[in-house]
Ligand binder design. Sequence first.
Ligand code: NAP
Length: 435
Amino acid sequence: MRIYKIAIVGSGPAGYFTAQAFQNAQTDELTFNIDMIERLPTPWGLVRSGVAPDHPKIKTVSKVFEKIAKTEGFRLFANVELGRDVSLKDLRERYDAVVLATGSSKGRKLGIPGEELANCISSAEFVPWYNAHPDYVDVEVDLNCDTAVVIGAGNVAMDVARILAIDPSELDPTDIAEHALVKFKQSKIRRVIICGRRGAEHAAFTAPELRELPRLENTDIYIDADQINQASSRIEQMGEVEKDLRNNLEAMRLIAEHSKKGVQRKLEIKFLSAPIEIKGRDKVEEIVFAINEVKDSKVTTTDKTFTIKAGLVITAIGYDAVEHAGINIENGRIKNIAGHIEHNVYVTGWAKRGPVGVIGTNKSDSNDVVELIISNLTEPKESEGVSALIKSGHEVIDQVSWEKINASEVISGEIAGKPRIKEVDWKRLISLGRS
Ligand code: NAP
């Protein structure tokens, strides 16, 4: 019987699916002891701090994570930070393989004048702020304006715009951060405009997310039908059209043609609008856009511009991987070949392939990386795991402590008719785990 020790750094979907792939690969001859190391006092990564609060079904994947965590040989070490509490060198020496599943949490920059103005906020801050991530409680968000602009045409832009545009009472039965719900209830925003820099045919939204928009009870959705028709004729000229793209354009056409309810709250989607400057004295006041056009399948900028007066800008234009000492970043990802970084160190998830794909995409990705790791394994190491490295007195949140935090949040939620009320204070989270 060979028993290997695996360290997985990061407890988001990529981390759990990696653990599951190891568990599934076990045989009578081969066992994996998995230590999952997490910086925060809570696991689940983007399922806790990224998935939109009004999308509770997506979060049910946490049941799968908990099953993985309860499988023999799995241990959680939350509130343990790579680089602060343990070094990569230590992990490399003590484990047969180390897998970084640390995601991409740095919001990309537009690189245009005015981006540094107050109330121009990256989705990398805004999303964890409304999802009760302890590091983002103090993000300054001012909703005291009529119009907000969301830059980017992906599902994160869609989540952000929807959360800003819906009636906040629709967020009452969700696990949105309490501090954010209070702010949304006082929000003066009634018009939210998503601006994509390319055509409707290039939008990164997916059809299910588009199709739910007309079902919003208190918000009217607008897309210019001409932009959709022009996109459709452009792609028809190119020959065979992929099913997903056809579905997307069909969903957008339905939105354009859907009868409006005549409500105050409006969400608009505009294409071919590239931000070139954000203006304002102390904070965001208006955004200048160049009008783009598609010619011979290429998107080019025209010399025509237009301006939107808005007091809030959220940029949702993708993410880069977080850095670790001794690990190289290339094009926003941890430099790797098919998941291998160097020696016995590997990477999976968004940190490996970039910020693309839904939660389930991490499953096949992690399966491939685990297959590669197993094929590279040599003799199992004789060493103690991470426990021996952590300073005495440092409070580790293990699976039992996490279950106490989880139960406490769920019980508080039940009383309020919500799936949970998330605790946002780092110290209180730790004391809940201790109680
Ligand atoms: P994304 O899908 O890659 O979309 C990013 C958007 O930003 C694109 O429209 C891109 O336009 C635009 N963009 C990039 N740089 C820009 C710039 N300088 N100026 C203007 N626009 C710019 O990324 P995401 O929305 O962050 O989502 C990440 C992944 O998570 C995606 O795979 C997404 O599907 C997934 N996700 C899924 C859900 C769900 O299933 N409900 C929810 C959230 C996220 P170009 O195409 O022109 O580059």
